[in-house]
Design a protein around this ligand. Structure first.
Ligand SMILES: C[S@@+](CC[C@H](N)C(=O)[O-])C[C@H]1O[C@@H](n2cnc3c(N)ncnc32)[C@H](O)[C@@H]1O
Length: 341
């Protein structure tokens, strides 16, 4: 279980909380001439060599194509959420009256969610943390920083530092959700908000039995079986979004005002509902590129040859766009407030 002393003990001697909380400007390397395209991030030497390993979902994120995929997925999530970046009540804990407040985005990926939140809440000091450096093309707002760190070894901030902590789609990044959730709770202040937006290792058809879902989209179902197997093989819980996370939140004695909302994202524009149709349009790139993104995970995790994976992908693709298949990416939003004691 993470607590401050555990996290400190597991860190190198260089890695202390105080070093991770410099004034914001210390995160910003000077911009090279003619480069308005550098984002700001902090690299800690002890994790540099882990940043691009093939584990923890990292190897894909460094590729431009995965940036495109994640940003398309971000846009789809936003449309599905009614044009908002969240369903949880961030406005209740991030005051817009000039008072200092802080927001952490764990596993920030391309950093787009943190960037948009920094614009929406200009009074908030927003930090995005990820295993890899965030490389954004635009000039960042002054209230945003990106930090490079492995949160499975602890979140490098002191107790109660943040007003809100958000983590989204870390299914293939977190092996021990209990420790991670305890760590998130540790760094949020009493009364603060914790938010987990998570999927599972499977696409399915909503509102039908698992058997019917498999019948309607056999290729996607089979491919999902392999994703689940590969995640399990690598020590990840492929059902964390629907089972482990809500259970851990429900059982945690330091939490109150718990809520869960299910919002699935159509994988292509099969719906007649305008909002779902638009979501499906934005998901197409993700849907079509996901099999290549996951190739390494499955080929390696399930020990199958690339040729077998090609067959799985061909069957997956055969389902895409077929009337009646109506496949979605299931997503759960879980949030809670830390009790004021
Ligand atoms: C699927 S992406 C999601 C990115 C972003 N949250 C979003 O919703 O667009 C998962 C991200 O989590 C990061 N990640 C995974 N394990 C991590 C860890 N242990 N510490 C920090 N970041 C991690 C990965 O590097 C990747 O950028």
């Amino acid at each position: 279980m993470f607590d401050k002393s555990n996290a400190e003990a597991s860190s190198s001697s260089l890695r202390t909380y105080s070093q991770y909380i410099p004034p914001r400007q210390e995160y910003r390397p000077p911009s090279p001439p003619n480069s308005s395209s550098m984002s700001s991030f902090s690299i800690h030497s002890s994790i540099e060599d882990q940043a691009f390993r093939m584990d923890n979902g990292r190897v894909y994120q460094a590729q431009n194509d995965d940036y495109m995929r994640l940003e398309g997925q971000h846009d789809a999530l936003k449309v599905r959420q009614g044009g908002k970046n969240y369903l949880a009540p961030f406005q209740e804990v991030l005051p817009e009256d000039g008072r200092d407040c802080r927001l952490l985005d764990v596993g920030t990926g391309t950093g787009i969610w943190a960037l948009e939140m920094a614009s929406e809440f200009p009074e908030a000091e927003v930090t995005g943390v990820d295993l890899a450096p965030v490389q954004r093309p635009e000039i960042l707002p002054n209230n945003l920083s990106y930090l490079m760190d492995d949160v499975s070894k602890g979140i490098p901030f002191p107790d109660g530092y943040f007003d809100a902590v958000h983590s989204r789609l870390l299914l293939a990044g977190i092996r021990n959700w209990k420790s991670f959730i305890n760590e998130v709770i540790r760094v949020v202040r009493p009364g603060g908000l914790i938010v987990f937006v998570e999927d599972i290792g499977r696409f399915w058809v909503d509102d039908v039995s698992p058997e019917e879902s498999r019948k309607r989209a056999p290729g996607v179902s089979k491919w999902s079986d392999y994703i689940e197997m590969a995640l399990t093989e690598r020590g990840f819980d492929s059902n964390a979004g629907s089972k482990a996370i809500p259970k851990l939140i429900e059982e945690h004695t330091l939490l109150s005002e718990r809520q869960t909302v299910y919002t699935s994202l159509p994988l292509w524009p099969w719906s007649t509902d305008p909002l779902l149709k638009k979501t499906g349009e934005l998901m197409i790139h993700d849907t079509l590129s996901m099999p290549e993104t996951a190739r390494l995970l499955v080929v390696d995790g399930c020990s199958i040859p690339n040729q077998r994976y090609d067959e799985l992908v061909a069957d997956y693709m055969a389902d895409i766009g077929r009337p009646g298949a109506n496949v979605v990416l299931p997503v759960w939003h879980h949030w809670a407030r830390k009790k004021v004691e």
